[in-house]
Design a protein around this ligand. Structure first.
Ligand SMILES: Nc1ncnc2c1ncn2[C@@H]1O[C@H](COP(=O)(O)OP(=O)(O)O)[C@@H](O)[C@H]1O
Ligand SMILES: Cc1cn([C@H]2C[C@H](O)[C@@H](COP(=O)(O)OP(=O)(O)O)O2)c(=O)[nH]c1=O
Length: 220
C-alpha cells in the first residue's frame, strides 16, 4: 500500500491535532486505514528533544531562523523510517504539521524581503537534501488568531513547558505573520496541492466532526 500524505497545517491552537485525530477516526471507521504522525516528535528524536528545550525557553533565543529550521527538518529526517513505514502500511498518513510549518514559522521571523528566499531554502533542505516526501495535499486550517488563542488556553499541559503559552504562541504579531504566510503558500501552491478549511461558520466554531468530514471529502 502506498499511503496518501495529508498535511494538516495552521497556526498554534488552530485545531490541527483535533482535526487530524478525527480525520483518521472517520477514515478508519469507513474501512480506510489511516494513522497520524505529529511533528515535532519531541520525545522520539534528537532534533525534537532540542526543540522542546528551545520552545520551553531553556536555550538562547538568538539562534538564526535557518538554524532553528534545520532542527525541525532534522526531527523529520530522523523520522524518515517511521514515515516510510506508515506510508507502506496505511492508505492515508495524516501529518499534524509538516514541512510547510517550518516555512510559515521561520519566514515569519525575518523581514518581508527575506521571507521568500528562506521558504525556498527550507523546502530544498527538507525535500532535496533530506529526501523527505512531498505531501499529496496540504490542508490549511483557517482559525482567527483570537479564537486560536482561546483554544490554546484549553490545552492540556505540554511535555516541554509548564507555561500556558510557549515561545511562539505568546507572540500575537508572529501568529498573524504565520497566518499570512500560510495564506500565501496555499494561494501559490508551494510544496504542491493545497486546500483551505475554515474552522468557523457564522462566527462560531464548527464541530471537529464537521471539520474533519469536509477534509475527508477532499481526499479523492
Ligand atoms: N472544532 C473544535 N471545537 C471545539 N474545541 C476544539 C475544536 N478544535 C480544537 N478544540 C480544542 O482546542 C484545543 C486546541 O486544539 P488542538 O487540536 O490541540 O490545536 P493545535 O493542534 O492546532 O494546536 C484543544 O483543547 C481541543 O480540544
Ligand atoms: C513542525 C514544526 C513546528 N514549528 C513550530 C510551530 C509551533 O509554534 C511549534 C510547536 O509545534 P506544535 O505543533 O504547536 O507543538 P505543540 O502542539 O506540542 O505545542 O513549532 C516550526 O516552526 N517548524 C516545524 O517544522
Amino acid at each position: 500500500m502506498t499511503g496518501l500524505l495529508l498535511a494538516i497545517e495552521g497556526g498554534d491552537g488552530a485545531g490541527k491535532a483535533t482535526a487530524a485525530a478525527e480525520v483518521a477516526a472517520q477514515l478508519n471507521a469507513a474501512g480506510r486505514s489511516a494513522t497520524v504522525l505529529s511533528f515535532p516528535r519531541y520525545a522520539e528524536t534528537l532534533g525534537g528533544h532540542v526543540l522542546g528545550e528551545y520552545l520551553g525557553g531553556r536555550l538562547p533565543h538568538a539562534a538564526s531562523p535557518r538554524a532553528i529550521a534545520t532542527l525541525y527538518a532534522l526531527d523529520r529526517f530522523e523520522s524518515a523510517a517511521v514515515i516510510a513505514e506508515a506510508t507502506a502500511r496505511h492508505e492515508v498518513v495524516v501529518f499534524d504539521r509538516y514541512i510547510a510549518s517550518n516555512m510559515a514559522y521561520q519566514a515569519a521571523q525575518v523581514g518581508p524581503g527575506e521571507a521568500r528566499d528562506l521558504m525556498g531554502w527550507i523546502a530544498r533542505l527538507e525535500v532535496e537534501q533530506f529526501g523527505l516526501p512531498l505531501p499529496d495535499l496540504s490542508l490549511y486550517l483557517d482559525t482567527p488568531v483570537e479564537v486560536a488563542r482561546g483554544l490554546i488556553l484549553r490545552k492540556r499541559k505540554r511535555s516541554y513547558t509548564d507555561e500556558a503559552l510557549d515561545t511562539y504562541e505568546a507572540d500575537m504579531a508572529l501568529q498573524a505573520r504565520v497566518r499570512a504566510n500560510y495564506a500565501a503558500m496555499a494561494a501559490e501552491g508551494l510544496l504542491g496541492r493545497w486546500a483551505t478549511v475554515s474552522t468557523l461558520a457564522d462566527g462560531a466554531l464548527r464541530s471537529p466532526r464537521e471539520i474533519a468530514g469536509e477534509i475527508v471529502g477532499l481526499l479523492v
